[in-house]
Design a protein around this ligand. Structure first.
Ligand SMILES: [Zn+2]
Length: 388
């Protein structure tokens, strides 16, 4: 137990107050005191500091009843901006969000040259442009969080990015040298999980988020912290073997889950079966709407394999909330119920299974929210999702 460390206690109190103000949107000093069990004097002293720092603004509520109008406090959303970046294969997405996590600008850059040096130059150029554009406020760009579709260590070093063939690159150091901003490197699945927790699932402190587009990645939040494993590489659940001696996988094993339940493999299989040059989500949607019997059978089979992996995940982690981030599940009617029909084990326990409502934006939104969490130094954020 830590006692007598005044600076530490002050920091904890500050984050309690900030968390409450963000969660409520607008709240009086008296109500903060009630909600946090901090004394009125402590709340007033902390709020004075936060007002001085331009992080909190005061507003007097207009109402007709007699008596003093309470002064309400809210976060100064425009005191600075977070930059979230998703470095995906052939496409880099950027989102700028204010301090309440509301996206204010979005940008996508397509590129072909996957070399590290090329991607680094694109990032430096764009980050510097955003930094110039958003410097007309107290804090400017408060932090940049970059999501990588590969293995990112606890030290934020990029160990391996399979589709880029990047090994041991020091993106954080390279960008900090060139951009003079706080840069953080994270895994993409973790950022999707963080977006779900911060914007949509405030009631849970145990959430799994599986992204199933090109491979299958798992972001895990346990007791409001990421579960990262020994090196930071936990969550490579797509390489869990679900079919012994099954289809070969790029990892060197056979029968990995993502060879059966990732969307890219499903679309690829349909392309080959139907002898087409391409098979897109749009093609799939059309066939579902037409009630194409063969497609519906393939989808049932896809759901079956997806459920096998989910069953294993649930038994391993006993999560409260599981979010699945994939387009096929959004297109296929009633997909959650169809998955749950397969989750019949009397051992598996979870509270809710849902489909992400973000789509691919979850990565940059989670990255922005994570930058805000770092900047405000709070244990968790409960943000309201607002469209750009
Ligand atoms: Zn594999």
């Amino acid at each position: 137990m830590i006692t007598g460390d005044a600076a530490y206690i002050k920091k904890i109190n500050r984050s309690l107050i900030l968390e409450k103000i963000i969660e409520e949107g607008m709240i009086s000093r008296a109500d903060i005191s009630k909600a946090t069990a901090l004394t009125r004097a402590t709340v007033s002293a902390q709020v004075a500091d936060l007002v001085d720092e331009d992080l909190i603004i005061e507003a007097q509520l207009e109402h007709n009843s007699v008596g003093r109008k309470p002064i309400m406090l809210s976060l100064n959303a425009e005191a600075g901006y977070a930059l979230g970046i998703d470095v995906d294969y052939g496409q880099i997405s950027f989102t700028i969000a204010d301090l309440l996590g509301k996206p204010v600008t979005e940008k996508i850059i397509e590129y072909k040259n996957l070399d590290y040096e090329n991607v680094l130059q694109i990032l430096i150029e764009q980050i510097n442009l955003f930094n110039e554009e958003f410097n007309d406020n107290r804090y400017g760009i408060i932090g940049v969080v970059i999501a990588i579709h590969g293995l990112v260590g606890k030290d934020e070093k990029i160990h391996f990015v399979p589709r880029f063939q990047w090994r041991s690159v020091q993106l954080k150091e390279d960008l900090e040298k060139a951009c003079k901003l706080n840069i953080h490197i994270e895994n993409n699945a973790n950022m999707s999980a963080f977006a779900e927790r911060a914007y949509h699932h405030h009631e849970t402190n145990s959430l799994l988020c599986a992204t199933i587009y090109s491979g299958i990645g798992l972001g895990m939040i346990m007791d409001n912290e990421f579960f990262r494993g020994n090196d930071g590489f936990a969550g490579e659940i797509g390489h869990m073997i679900v079919v012994p001696h099954g289809r070969p996988c790029s990892c060197g094993n056979k029968g990995c889950w993502e060879q059966y339940a990732s969307e890219i493999v499903f679309l690829e299989n349909m392309k080959e079966e139907r002898n087409l040059s391409s098979f897109t989500y749009g093609d799939l949607e059309k066939l579902i709407n037409e009630g194409d019997q063969e497609i519906l059978e393939r989808l049932d089979n896809y759901i079956y394999y997806l459920s096998i992996g989910l069953n294993n995940m649930i038994n391993m982690y006993n999560p409260d909330t599981i979010v699945l981030d994939g387009e096929i599940l959004r297109l296929y009617p009633d997909s959650i119920n169809k998955i749950e029909e397969h989750l019949t084990s009397s051992i598996s326990h979870y509270r809710q299974l849902s489909i992400s409502s973000f789509g691919k934006k979850s990565v940059t939104m989670g990255a922005c929210a994570f930058a805000i969490k770092h900047f405000l130094d709070v244990p968790m954020l409960n943000l309201k999702y607002q469209e750009a």
